[in-house]
Structure formats: C-alpha cells, structure tokens
Design a protein around this ligand. Sequence first.
Ligand SMILES: CC(=O)SCCNC(=O)CCNC(=O)[C@H](O)C(C)(C)COP(=O)(O)OP(=O)(O)OC[C@H]1O[C@@H](n2cnc3c(N)ncnc32)[C@H](O)[C@@H]1OP(=O)(O)O
Ligand SMILES: CC(C)C(=O)C(=O)O
Length: 383
Amino acid sequence: MEWCKGCVFSNKVRILDTTLRDGEQAPGIDFTVEQKVRIANQLVKLGVDVIEAGFPASSEGDFIATKKILEEVGDKTEVIGLARANRNDIDKVIEAGLSSIHVFIATSEIHMKYKLKMTREEVLDRIYESVSYAKSHGLIVEFSPEDATRSDEDFLLTAIKTAIQAGADRINIPDTVGVMTPFTFYDLIKKVVNVVGDKIVSVHCHNDFGLATANSIAGVAAGARQVHVTVNGIGERAGNASLEEVVMALKKLMHYDLNIKTWLLYETSKLVSELSGIPIPYFKAIVGENAFGHEAGIHVHGVIENPATYEPISPEEVGNFRRLALGKHSGIHGLKKILEDQGIHLDDNKLRIVLMEIKKKAESGEKISAEDARNIAIKLLNS
Ligand SMILES: CC(=O)SCCNC(=O)CCNC(=O)[C@H](O)C(C)(C)COP(=O)(O)OP(=O)(O)OC[C@H]1O[C@@H](n2cnc3c(N)ncnc32)[C@H](O)[C@@H]1OP(=O)(O)O
Ligand SMILES: CC(C)C(=O)C(=O)O
C-alpha cells in the first residue's frame, strides 16, 4: 500500500499505552494502586502490546503500583517502567522486577542548558552509560531523546546512534511539547528510521496544537512501528495521542495491522474517564456520546437508509452506540422511525403536524426526547 511503501518493517503496528504513566502525570489525575491494576487489566483485554506502568523511582506508590501491575499482567503483555538516565532510577525499575525499561534524557538545547545543565558530550556519555547499564542487567531498553523534535537534528541522530551502540532495542521519538506537524514529523521519522536499521522506531506525540493523533499516524507512515498513546488522550498539558483515535485511524484509514480489539474501545474509555474523573468530551472522536449521534433530518434519513452515508465506521466496531435525536433540525423520516420504534404509526400529514410541534418546542430551547415525541403524537391522535 502507498502508506507502507519503503517501510522497513511489516504492516504490524505496536501500541504502547502510557495512560498509567504520562496519562497520570496530568494535573489532577492520581490513580490508586487498585485503579491502576483495573486499568491495566482492561488494557490487556483491549490488546495493547506494551503497558507503561509507571515511574518506579518517582515514589513508593508508583513503585508498588508498577510492581503490582507486573504481577497482575506481566505474563500477558510487556510491562515497561520509566527511568531517567541515571543508575538510581534504572535500579528502581530492576528492583520492581521489570524486564523492560524506558530510559530517557533530553537532547534539545533548551533542556540541556536550563534543566540538565549538561553539555552535548555529557548527555551523549550519559546515554551510553545508562543504556548499557540497563542492558548489562538483561533489560529490554527503549530509549527516548526527550524533546527530540526541538533538538538539533544532527545531534539528535548522534544521540540515537549512541543509544543503539549501547544496545538500545527500540528508539522512541517524543514530540514532547507537540510542536510537530504531520509533514515535519514524517520527514524526521524517515531520517530516524534510516539511522536505526532493523530496530523498531516508536513515536510519542503531545497535543499542544491538537495534532497528536495526526502526527502519530504520520510517524507510522514514515516507518515507525510503535505508537505511544493514552486512553482518551489524557496526559501532560493538552494530553497525548489518543489511543482510540490512533488505533481507528491506523486500522480503518491506513489499513495497518494491530492487536487491538476495537469493540472494547468505548468501555475502556468509559472506565478511564470514571477512574480519572476526567469526563469524555461529548464530541470526542470514536468514544464521545455524540460520535454516532444524528439529529439533522438529511443525516438521519441517510443513516436510516444506510448508516455508511454518515458513519465512516459503525458504532458497534468501537462498542459505542448510535443515537437518533430530535430537535429543530429533525426531518420526517427520523420522526417516523423514532415513533414507530415506540409502536406509534402516523400518516405523513400527522407526522408533519408532530414535527412542527417538535421544531417549535426546540426553537424555544426545549430538549425533545423520544418519549416527548410519543406524547405529542398520542395527544394528536386523541384530539
Ligand atoms: C517528558 C516527561 O514526561 S518526563 C517524565 C516526567 N515525570 C515526572 O517528573 C513524574 C515523577 N517525577 C518525580 O517524582 C520527581 O521529579 C523525581 C523523583 C523524578 C525527581 O525528583 P527530585 O529529585 O525532587 O528532582 P526534581 O523533580 O525537582 O528535578 C528533576 C531532576 O532530575 C534531573 N533530570 C531530569 N530529567 C533527567 C533525565 N532524563 N536524566 C537524568 N536526570 C534528569 C534534573 O536535571 C533535575 O536534577 P537536579 O535535581 O540534580 O537538578
Ligand atoms: C519520557 C518522554 C518520552 C515523554 O514523556 C515526553 O517526552 O513527552
């Protein structure tokens, strides 16, 4: 397929879910250990390939949670822990019993100067030292040059080569502050893929300009074969690439092969929303209450005749539901179906009368339910 031309890997794309790490970093989200285990079990049921369970060096709670998740699902999926490029953090991942580690250090000038206070050479040394230290303990190592997309490109590629030389198994490219466009990210990932040879390239996108999903799929088109996502897109600042959007775009629009049981997306989204306390926006793609909602008469008529007229995917594919609504935009076909589903059969003249009543009420700001329509129809029939 055009999208895959030149890819060095198969058509299979891995999903690394970081809801329990980057997702939880969002201000106001603090999962309990029990909640994290519930979400981890749901992610396994969903079919994610890797669960980033936490940052063991961060706190006793994160250490315990990471360990617990490993005990709970470690035999069913890869469980990975985050670590800064220092031995203490790496030792904590090892102590937690994990076999996979995600080591990161920033490679952008601004992060090296103001945060790390390290020179380029010191960062390169730290990369080599920390990745090889993790490898010497038998870990699968995914390396991330933090703030990669604002790094000097040549230095970034040198940092990546250094991680590979130290034994890194996967290279993850984070757009840490979401400054990429699908076009610039495609170009960057192409260059990274050319450098890493047969290692898997992963992408980790943030949503500061609302482009996390678009950038993630552009990265895959450029040859990445792993995507970092979070359920409902929760995460730092404007969030991460949303699992449900990335999965459905890769599967339905770009025809990639994924392990995800898409019909569980809606229930997974609802669980994370409930446990995080972050509501799902009504208009959220794939899992929003309105994602398969139709009111406009022309749309409802089309959907009744053939849902594909206005639904690029069926709600059943993602475990969501179709909702036919009544309001000032309704048409006679929709009203007819909503009434007939309630056992009310009217001729067109009477339907028109009911429809006018509905539009009048809606225009005054009233919300009209199927039951309201039924009552208006019955009143008319009895008049
Ligand atoms: C892009 C990301 O999301 S990265 C992941 C971010 N996640 C988190 O920060 C959540 C958990 N964080 C924490 O619990 C704490 O920040 C800890 C435990 C990691 C560190 O806490 P503290 O020791 O109090 O340090 P603090 O957070 O104030 O500063 C970060 C320190 O880590 C250093 N650092 C930051 N990133 C890295 C890195 N990748 N490799 C090595 N050192 C790093 C900073 O230079 C700073 O070091 P300094 O204390 O010697 O100046
Ligand atoms: C730890 C890294 C991958 C990260 O979360 C980021 O850069 O956004």
